[in-house]
Design a protein around this ligand. Structure first.
Ligand SMILES: [Zn+2]
Ligand SMILES: [Zn+2]
Length: 262
C-alpha cells in the first residue's frame, strides 16, 4: 500500500491537490479543491502523467473561489462526484450556482468517506466560510493531514490531526510582513483574525503539537505571495522538524510540488 500527494497549485491564485492511495493493482485518487481552470488543471495533471479521468472524486473544503472556483466545471466535464459540506453547498447556491445536475455528496465533520483504497475524514476548522472542512486521508496504514485555510489552531484541529504521518500545512503569512504590507487595514485584520489564515509562527506551533517520531513528511502550502517567502517559512518550520532548509518542500502557486510519499 502506498499513500502519496501532489500539490498542483497553492495559494490565493488557486488550490488543487491530488491524494492517491494504491493497493495492489488498484488506485484511488481524490482532488482536494479545484481553484484552477479545468484546462490548466489538465495541463498540470499531464505533467505528472495523469488525466482528468484519473480522478475519482473532488472534495471542496469551502466556498472561497481559490478552492471552489472551477469544481463544478470539472465535475460536469468528467462526471465525478463532488463532496463538500452542506454549508459550502448552500453558500455557492446563494451565490447563484446550480448543483441539481451534479452527483453532490454531503461531507460531515467526523464522518468517514470511503473512496476505494482511500478513506477521507473531514473535520471542522475555524475559517471565515459557511461550513469549512479540512481533511485527514488514509490508505488504512498511513495518515495524511491536509490543512490549508485555518484562522487559528483549535483543539478540534489538533485532535483530528493527532498521529498523522504526513501533513500539508498552511503557512500563510509572516506576521511582521503582513503588518508592514500595503494591504488595507480591513484585509490585514481579516487575514490575521481567528477566522483568517495561519501565520508562520502559528503553523510552527501546530506542528510542534503534532510532532511524533512517525511524522515523516511536511509540505508547506498556501503561502501569501506578498506577505511570505519560502525562506521565512523554512526559518519558522525547519527548527521544529529538525531538518535543513532544503529538506522542507514548499508548494508553489504555479507549479505546486513534486509527489510526496507519506
Ligand atoms: Zn479560504
Ligand atoms: Zn484559500
Amino acid at each position: 500500500m502506498t499513500l502519496r500527494i501532489k500539490n498542483l497549485g497553492s495559494g490565493s491564485s488557486g488550490n488543487a491537490t491530488v491524494v492517491e492511495a494504491q493497493s495492489g493493482h488498484t488506485r484511488s485518487r481524490v482532488l482536494i479543491d479545484c481553484g484552477l481552470r479545468v484546462s490548466e488543471l489538465k495541463k498540470r495533471l499531464q505533467s505528472c502523467d495523469l488525466n482528468l479521468v484519473d480522478l475519482n472524486a473532488v472534495f471542496v473544503t469551502h466556498e472561497h473561489s481559490d478552492h471552489w472556483g472551477h469544481a463544478l466545471a470539472l465535475c460536469r466535464q468528467v462526471g465525478i462526484p463532488l463532496w463538500s459540506s452542506a454549508g459550502t453547498r448552500h453558500a455557492v447556491e446563494l451565490a447563484g450556482a446550480e448543483l441539481a445536475d451534479l452527483d453532490w455528496c454531503q461531507a460531515r465533520d467526523g464522518v468517514a468517506i470511503d473512496l476505494g483504497d482511500l478513506q477521507l475524514m473531514p473535520f471542522t476548522v475555524p475559517h471565515d466560510a459557511r461550513e469549512p472542512l479540512q481533511l485527514c486521508c488514509t490508505d488504512g496504514d498511513r495518515r495524511l493531514g491536509v490543512v490549508t485555510d485555518l484562522g487559528h489552531v483549535s483543539a478540534h484541529v489538533v485532535r483530528a490531526l493527532q498521529g498523522v504521518h504526513g501533513l500539508v500545512l498552511e503557512t500563510n503569512h509572516d506576521l511582521e510582513r503582513l503588518r508592514l504590507s500595503a494591504y488595507p487595514p480591513f484585509l490585514k485584520k481579516r487575514i490575521s483574525s481567528d477566522l483568517g489564515h495561519l501565520s508562520n509562527s502559528q503553523s510552527a506551533d501546530l506542528l510542534t503539537r503534532l510532532m511524533h517520531p512517525g511524522l515523516s513528511m511536511v509540505l508547506a502550502a498556501h503561502l501569501s505571495e506578498r506577505n511570505n517567502t519560502p525562506e521565512l517559512v523554512r526559518a519558522a518550520i525547519c527548527p521544529v522538524l529538525g531538518c535543513a532548509p532544503a529538506d522542507l518542500p514548499v508548494a508553489d502557486p504555479a507549479h505546486g510540488s513534486a509527489w510526496c510519499g507519506v
